[in-house]
Write a protein that binds this ligand. Sequence first.
Ligand code: ASP
Ligand code: MG
Length: 457
Amino acid sequence: MLVMKFGGTSVEDATAIDRAAKIVAARRERRPVVVVSAMAKVTDQLLAAGEAAGTGDSHKALELSRALRERHYATAGELLGTGLFTSFHAELESEFDALDELLRGIAAVGELTPRTTDLVASFGERISSCMIAPAFAARDLPAVHVDSRACIVTDANHTKAVPLFPEIDLRLAHYVRPLLERGQIPIMGGFIGSTRDGATTTLGRGGSDFTAAIVGASLGAEAIEIWTDVDGMMTTDPRVSKDARRIRSISFDEAAELAYFGAKVLHPATLLPAVQKDIPVLVLNSRNPSCEGTRIIARAPRCRNYFKAIAAKRRITIVDVVATRMLMAHGFLRSIFEVFDRHRCPVDMVSTSEVSVSLTVDSTEAIPEIAADLEKLADVKYEGRKAIVCLVGENIRGTRGIAAKVFGALPDANVRMISQGASEINISFVVEEDDVDEIVRTLHKVFFADPDPAVFA
Ligand code: ASP
Ligand code: MG
């Protein structure tokens, strides 16, 4: 069997849902389970409604909910035609009535807890899956709605709940497997689950990919398809370098390195359940379904190029900490990291010498305060408008002379920090933000002059 997950933009309106139905129909023989996101932007709007209610503004909350109701009614009407819509209308209506009641309740209490946040957010996927099932059925697909909350059992860590696998295996075997055996197509909402006691939970933003991986791993899928609105992962940002190529296949570890660099396509940590079972994950474009996309697999394919991709992250601040008096003392690094920890500020890149440490952080408002705390320990300087350039590829491991090739290609660059080693599959360095586009273009020209056709399109 196969898991097919459609993201928010791939179900954003009736046209998109119609397209999704055709894509599913073409794979019917492979026994798909379909996982859907909420329609595009719906989760954001639900969370905004929840927040408004939490501040006691029931007017705004209900206004947002009304807009959502209208959008879903219009979409369902378009998808189902008047006849079918009439019979299905009551189901949609009761979901939206429940949402309104919940928002009124939150506004009355004037408090939004993580638990009620999950309940509010869950409506996006509850409603999209509940609407898409009859829409697919109206297109001659034997689609059956399955409430994911009956299957995806999680702990009670609301807004980032952790799946409980043995329990999920049992539930999917009970609710989903028999449908597949009867030749039906289960339609499940992504992102949502519930605790053993039946409290609704969510798996964290972007969690529908996670649902797809969980379902695929549990049911032993031959593949997991993530249908989105781009052709796949690229060797670099095509807006920066017009020579960017689509990556045909990439290892899970390589994809994970790239995720931080705004390869927003998906969050590879969520694919772990699939990768652990050696199930390939494909990123595909619902607007261009004949494109082969990108295949993410456990082990990297053989590739004659050194790298799979060159990524950049802008808006970086470098923090330099120099403490001569710490020479040969221990505990210096710990005391520095404690400061960042206290401010809940993630540190991305680090390079150290005996008496100094340079770190990078995403530019945040907290930096002046962090610097003030660090001043108590050492001399501190910080400088914004930097960018990290990152080259990723499993071939870095065990190839000699790669660093020389990279920096040899950039004789004039003002390189502020360098990091290589930790993962063995990436080389990262920090440059001025103003120079980063030119640097990425130059590196891409050098390292993708002759792309391996087996790996790059
Ligand atoms: N709808 C959820 C979100 O926007 C989950 C998802 O789409 O993956 O975060
Ligand atoms: Mg997503």
